[in-house]
Design a protein around this ligand. Sequence first.
Ligand code: FMN
Length: 166
Amino acid sequence: MILDVIKKRRSVRTYDSKPIENEKITALLQAAMLAPTARNKQEWRFMVVTNKDKLKAISELNPNAKMSAEAALSIIVMGDTTVSSTEYIFTDCGAAIQNMLLQAIAMDIGSCWCAIGPDEKRIKVYRELYDIPEHLLPVAAVQFGYLKEPTNEVDRFDLDKVTFIR
Ligand SMILES: Cc1cc2nc3c(=O)[nH]c(=O)nc-3n(C[C@H](O)[C@H](O)[C@H](O)COP(=O)(O)O)c2cc1C
C-alpha cells in the first residue's frame, strides 16, 4: 500500500555521503511532474543542484537549511509567474514536492523540504546564489541524501481533527 511508503517518510537532516544516481534524480522529477496542478498549468520549474560548493553556501546563508551542506542533492522548486498565479504556484509546487518526498523514501533516500517563499529575504538569498530570474518564484529547496539509518515511523492519526457528515 502507498500508506506503507507514506508512513516511512520523515524529514531527514543528516545523510550518507553517497551521490544519488542520475536515474534516481530523474525518478524524483518524474514523480514531481505527475502531481496535479490547477487548470493543468504545470507551472513548476526545477533546478537540480549537486554542486557541493553551492550546497554548502546555502547551509551558511539559510539557517533553516543547514542540512544542505551534507546533502547530495537539492532540488529548488519554482513556479513560473507568467503561467500561473502565486496562490496556485504554492499549492501546485507543494503537491509536486510531496510526490518527490514519497518517491525518495521509496528509494531509501531521505529528504527535507525547506521553505523559500513567501519569505522575501529567503527568496533574495536563493535568487542571488542560483541566479533565478524574476519571473520564477522559488517556493522551496528540497534536500536529498541516502539514509544513514531507517526512519522512525510515527502515527498521527487523530479523529478529533475530523468531522464526518453522514
Ligand atoms: C512548507 C514547509 C516548510 C518547511 N521548512 C523547513 C525548513 O526550512 N527547515 C527544516 O529543517 N524543515 C522544514 N520543514 C519540515 C518540517 O519541519 C517537518 O515536516 C515537520 O517538522 C514534521 O516532521 P516530518 O516531516 O518528519 O513528519 C518544512 C516543511 C514544510 C511542509
